[in-house]
Write a protein that binds this ligand. Structure first.
Ligand SMILES: Cc1cc2nc3c(=O)[nH]c(=O)nc-3n(C[C@H](O)[C@H](O)[C@H](O)COP(=O)(O)OP(=O)(O)OC[C@H]3O[C@@H](n4cnc5c(N)ncnc54)[C@H](O)[C@@H]3O)c2cc1C
Ligand SMILES: *[C@@H]1O[C@H](CO)[C@@H](O)[C@H](O)[C@H]1NC(C)=O
Ligand SMILES: *[C@@H]1O[C@H](CO)[C@@H](O)[C@H](O)[C@H]1NC(C)=O
Length: 349
């Protein structure tokens, strides 16, 4: 006799939703998925990172285990997003030109091999020659990348999840063990809670950006001499353009700073090719403050066995790269569950 089993996925951000969709493809006939979260797409809480993401893909060179693992996850997500952009226009993912201009490139950018490791899979990747780069820029590349309308993509995934028979429950967990009593016969809980609160390695990186109506045709990233980053990220489906942005570890201020907004816009008008109709002025939709759920050493992706056939599969701490890594992380999590016999081998599409 096979008893019905509920797999509980905690978290309805880009990581939880991507993971729930991957798990659905590998369910045994006796299993179903319940997505439990405090926040769902269309909610706007400062502690819910996903809707605030600018949402572009920009590789990050490096040779640490974390950098290498992320590079693989990012590459698989890139291939996956190509298919989604072509097959599901309502998902809010669009491919376009990506440009990077660095004023003070760190050592990992000057090492051609470490650059090749993370950039060479990108369509149309090439270095810019010095006469193609603006004043002050020492390192530049261009390639084909994607931008994501982050709230739209999350809502799209939630809809797919429900259409495929997934259930949802709005609930705030006060303790990790609680997840096992949210449905009958829960053996596996998948923890995509973003930041969580009990892991001493977890921390936030505050990001302030400004969403404007002015259109721009490419996603451009400029690293300033002081190490700060400026970027323009058009949001597909007429979502405006995200101008960013700050990276402030451990800064819990939930309010946008007007001074930061002026600087972001002033920098953007100098460096990014807004259409002539903009005339150097910005039509602001909204200031954005979000908290990237970061973790020392990168994401925690592992199975924690609790005994009695119960386990928690952890997948949180994506930091500033949750969208870029999303599909790769979801596939790695499903693979981990397969290895542990928690899902069925053969995918159903
Ligand atoms: C300004 C800014 C710009 C960004 N730009 C980019 C970018 O260009 N590219 C990119 O890839 N990423 C970007 N990011 C990062 C990206 O937003 C995050 O990496 C990503 O959203 C993390 O997703 P997540 O699902 O792990 O967490 P979240 O989206 O925070 O979701 C966590 C989920 O867990 C739930 N949860 C948490 N605790 C509990 C609890 N106790 N009980 C029940 N539910 C709970 C929450 O309600 C939520 O549903 C940016 C972030 C910011 C702030
Ligand atoms: C999920 O991870 C977070 C740490 O980010 C932790 O606070 C929480 O207790 C975990 N939840 C479960 C069900 O283990
Ligand atoms: C704007 O650019 C200057 C460098 O010209 C830099 O010092 C500053 O940090 C940038 N501001 C923001 C908010 O990105």
């Amino acid at each position: 006799m096979s008893e019905r089993e509920t797999i509980v996925v905690i978290g309805s951000g880009v990581v939880g939703l991507s993971t729930a969709l991957c798990i659905q493809q590998h369910l045994k006939p006796s299993q179903s998925v319940l997505l439990v979260a405090r926040d769902f797409p269309s909610d706007t809480s400062v502690n819910y990172a996903s809707p605030w993401a600018g949402g572009h893909y920009r590789p990050e060179p490096g040779s640490s285990p974390q950098a290498l693992r992320e590079a693989k996850q990012a590459q698989r997500t890139y291939e996956f997003f190509k298919r989604i952009a072509a097959d599901e226009p309502a998902a809010g993912i669009q491919f376009l030109q990506g440009v990077e201009h660095l004023e003070a490139p760190p050592p990992e950018y000057l090492d051609r091999q470490s650059v090749r490791n993370v950039y060479s899979h990108l369509d149309g990747f090439r270095y810019l020659s010095s006469d193609e780069m603006p004043d002050g820029v020492k390192w530049g590349v261009e390639y084909r990348t994607y931008v994501v309308n982050s709230p739209v993509y999350c809502a799209h995934m939630l809809r797919k999840f429900i259409l495929k028979g997934g259930n949802t429950k709005r609930y705030t967990l006060a303790h990790s063990k609680e997840a096992f009593s949210l449905a009958a016969n829960v053996r596996t809980v998948v923890n995509c809670s973003g930041l969580g609160f009990e892991d001493p390695k977890s921390f936030i990186i505050r990001g302030q950006t400004c969403l404007v109506r002015n259109p721009v045709s490419a996603t451009i990233t400029r690293q300033n001499t002081d190490g700060s980053w400026s970027f323009s990220i058009p949001r597909p489906l007429d979502g405006g353009t995200v101008i960013g942005g700050t990276k402030q570890p451990h800064d819990w201020d939930p309010n946008p700073s007007p001074a930061t907004r002026s600087q972001l816009l002033a920098n953007a008008s100098k460096w990014f090719p807004f259409t002539p109709e903009s005339e150097g002025k910005f039509d602001v939709i909204q200031d954005i403050v979000g908290r990237r759920p970061a973790r020392e050493g990168g994401m925690r992706l592992e199975v924690e066995k609790l005994g009695n056939g119960k386990q928690i599969v952890h997948s949180y701490g994506a930091g500033g790269r949750g969208f870029e890594l999303s599909r790769g992380v979801a596939e790695d999590t499903a693979a981990l569950m397969l290895e542990n016999g928690l899902l069925r081998e053969k995918a159903v599409l």
